[in-house]
Ligand binder design. Structure first.
Ligand code: KG4
Ligand code: ZN
Length: 336
């Protein structure tokens, strides 16, 4: 089965054609174009500008990479949410139009489910169920138990900021601009993670997260020690200690979820899965607990259509299709 997938939820425009066969998925075509340069001038993503660029980029991508009659495509999958409403709408409307014109089934995909399926985009082993997924993106931080394809239970989530959002805000405080996560991670490489003891919130409160406190602590420290902001070592120490606090909480909550739910696999998902320190520690935790670990290839960690195609394939196998005339983008869509 061949799936044409479209992703436009934030600031990456992406299309992919995925070949699915049994439990395996394989990208046949894969294109991503980032809008980072456009949004850098604004210090963050501007939804209406993102939407306009998605539309322009999609048309070129289709012209270059997709048969105009869709002859080799069996199903169309699209990110229906969550994300920026104007941005999502572009992908959804293009997908609806193609599905109707080509008379192909249309499968809406939750962006967060897509992030989990990034771990299926491999020639090696794929996750087995039950699988515990740690979703860490710019808008979400969730621990989710996946009992089987498409069947999820949320175990915990952030009560305020998402982990990626905290990275982005701390980057701004340090004058690192957008996108913040990779910049903080790079700076942290030169710093001492033990230099500052930032708070680890809600460790004894189940499986929910809170990252507003650590972010505010960084803000207060930078205000108190403003004169040191030009000191490169100080800045690196702040970045490293902040990253350490966030990764520490993510890992401790994941360990707790492993102890309670005893999954056979654990899956790291979302843009923050590109963080090298988090990848290393997530891997080490799985090895220590004897649980099979899946960390997405860097190409598929950030927003992309290949992961949406992978999730869409398993949805299509279950006949999870919608009427193209009725699908609406849903910026608040969630995985459960
Ligand atoms: O999944 P994603 O690409 O978009 C959303 O669905 O939100 O995630 C983007 C988030 C941003 O907050 C970005 O700063 C963060 O992922 N991120 C990172 C790294 N690379 C991206 N955070 C920490 N370290 C990184 N290396
Ligand atoms: Zn994402």
């Amino acid at each position: 089965m061949r799936i044409l997938a479209i992703e436009t939820s934030c600031d990456e425009t992406s299309i992919a054609v995925i070949e699915g066969d049994g439990e395996r998925v394989k990208p046949v075509t894969f294109v991503v174009r980032t809008q980072i340069e456009t949004h850098q001038a604004f210090g963050g993503v501007v939804p209406e500008v993102a939407a306009r660029e998605h539309l322009a980029h999609l048309l070129f991508m289709f012209r270059e990479h997709v048969d105009p009659k869709g002859r080799d495509i069996d199903v169309i999958a699209v990110t229906a949410g969550p994300g920026l409403a104007p941005a999502l709408r572009v992908g959804v409307e293009v997908a609806k139009t193609l599905a109707w014109t080509w008379q192909k089934p249309l499968v809406p995909v939750c962006h967060l489910e897509g992030h989990i399926y990034a771990s299926w985009l491999t020639d090696g082993a794929v996750p087995q169920f039950p699988a515990l997924a740690l979703i860490v993106s710019g808008g979400h931080t969730e621990l989710v138990l996946m009992q089987e394809h498409g069947k999820f239970t949320r175990l915990g989530e952030t009560i305020d900021d998402a982990a990626g959002e905290a990275f982005d805000k701390v980057a701004k405080m340090l004058g690192l601009g957008y996108p913040g996560g990779p910049a903080v991670a790079r700076l942290a490489e030169q710093g001492n993670p033990k230099a500052f003891d930032f708070p680890r919130a809600m460790l004894d409160k189940g499986l929910d997260f809170s990252f507003a406190g650590v972010k505010t602590s960084v803000l207060y420290l930078l205000r108190e020690q403003e004169s040191r902001l030009s000191d490169a070592q100080f800045r690196a120490d702040v970045a490293a200690s902040f990253q350490e606090a966030v990764v520490d909480v993510l890992l401790r909550k994941t360990a707790k979820a492993l102890a309670v739910h005893a999954p056979v696999s654990m899956v790291l998902a979302g843009g923050v899965a590109a963080n090298v320190e988090l990848r290393k520690r997530f891997q080490a935790l799985g090895e220590e607990k004897g649980v099979a670990v899946f960390v997405p290839a860097l190409t598929y960690a950030l927003d992309n259509a290949a992961m949406i195609g992978a999730a869409g394939y398993f949805r299509a196998l279950r006949g999870d299709t919608v009427n193209p005339l009725q699908l609406q983008a849903d910026s608040n869509m969630d995985i459960v």
